[in-house]
Design a protein around this ligand. Sequence first.
Ligand code: KG4
Ligand code: ZN
Length: 339
Amino acid sequence: MLVLGIETSCDETAAAILDDTGEVLSNVILSQIKLHEKYGGVVPEIACRKHIEVIDLVVEEAVKSAGIDKKDIGLVAVTVGPGLVGALLVGATFARGFAMGLGIPLIGVNHLEGHLFAGQMEHKELRFPYISLIVSGGHTSLVKALGLGHYEVLGRTLDDAAGEAFDKVAKMMDLGYPGGPIIEKMALNGIKKAYKFPRPMINDSSFDFSFSGLKTAVLYQLKGYGGAVAAPLKTDEKTVSDLAASFQEAVVDVLLDKAKKAMKYCGLETLSIGGGVGANGRLREVFSDAAEKEGWKCFLPSRNLCTDNAVMIAGIGRARFMEKKDMLKKIDVNPRLPL
Ligand code: KG4
Ligand code: ZN
């Protein structure tokens, strides 16, 4: 059974095809970054319009580059939440029409479950149970994943998501959008210990996160608050690089600390990371080193499977369909769909 996955929950229009063994035949991602960057963030109305404009082209391209005949597709999986309601509706409506036209089943997929499952799409040796660290623009969660559909959220962010903090800090320094990749690039030449930023909630016994105080600490440093006289920092390249490196290190430190504690608490030795922040080179390095040192396995999907994509949506849709044959006849989108 060939599977078509469709993802339109935010600012990427994506489609992917899996073959009957679950291998990836195509993975097409049309990013709208260029359209949103001048606004410093995703504008829902613009995202929605662009999805409408390109969804059929993206799906056509996925079919074409997979080298298959559309009529051979046996299942459509589509993201139904969480995400921007208008954007989700475009994907879900298109998917419904596509599946109806071919007379094939349609399954609604949770975007977060997609991120949780992304590692399994590439690493066949990754199997439940494991701890999943989902670090994206909208979510930061530690999840005990016991089996398909059996998830216990151990902790989540109480305010900003990790990716959101990257985006906001980049915005403060006028670096552009999205902030994650830009901060990562600037941090390459920066000194990680140049600024002593807080590691929020690192001594808290819960598995929750909080990144808004860290973001404010960067802002205060920039504005020069805290001294007798406020003297804003000069935002030359060296200063920005040091701020970026110090901020990034604080985020990664907190994520690693909480992930370590969660693994210990659950007695699990396998960790899988998903979501856009998982593409961060420093995070990948620190987690890989820690895994080697601690003797656990850390699975990091390749960068384009960390950020939003339809491979993970097709994958989790396929797995769920095969296990339970549970398909949603009515595809209702839910912008706040929980895991
Ligand atoms: O998973 P994703 O593509 O979309 C959501 O589901 O939110 O994540 C997007 C987030 C953005 O906040 C972006 O700045 C961040 O992931 N991101 C990164 C990197 N690449 C993307 N953060 C840090 N380093 C990166 N290299
Ligand atoms: Zn995502």
